[in-house]
Design a protein around this ligand. Structure first.
Ligand code: ATP
Length: 140
């Protein structure tokens, strides 16, 4: 079994998609190991997305990510990282609506920024992101 960090971004929470997204999570065989509602400030959001700090969309991304609370979850199942990435669909929700109409981003995302959910993209980022929000939970 493997763990990944999933996040429902501010637009997902304010748009009341949480229950539908959790249904998809549980129907897809994930356990929700831990969850927390968190309000990011600009410093924490910048740190979370530090790899994008040089990008033109960075300021806008930080604004978006601090516009309201997010729901972070540790999800666990075999092959959790790639399985969750497939379920959420491509980064750009407009593309998701065409190429992956059953994906979560097709359901609740708007465009390449407001895409409703996040998922770790590698074992390294999953470990970093889980400890970013939950500290050391390796034995939980
Ligand atoms: P995430 O890391 O949130 O799961 P991702 O891995 O699909 O998303 P990244 O390329 O890592 O996509 O981008 C991180 C986030 O930055 C995206 O989820 C989106 O909110 C925002 N973003 C990415 N590309 C753009 C863009 N071209 N314009 C505006 N915002 C963008």
């Amino acid at each position: 079994r493997e763990r990944t960090l999933a996040m429902i971004k501010p637009d997902g929470l304010s748009g009341n998609y949480t229950e539908r997204i959790k249904e998809v999570i549980l129907e897809s065989g994930f356990d929700i190991v831990k969850e927390a509602v968190v309000q990011l400030d600009a410093e924490r959001a910048s740190l979370f997305y530090a790899e994008h700090s040089g990008r033109s969309f960075f300021d806008s991304l930080v604004k978006y990510m601090t516009s309201g609370p997010v729901l972070v979850m540790i999800l666990e199942r075999p092959d959790a990282i790639s399985h969750w990435r497939v379920l959420i669909g491509p980064t750009d929700a407009r593309k998701a609506k065409i190429s992956n109409p059953n994906s979560i981003r097709a359901m609740c995302g708007v465009d390449s920024e407001k895409n409703c959910v996040h998922g770790s993209d590698s074992p390294q980022s999953a470990a970093r992101e889980i400890s970013f929000f939950f500290g050391d939970v390796r034995s939980d």
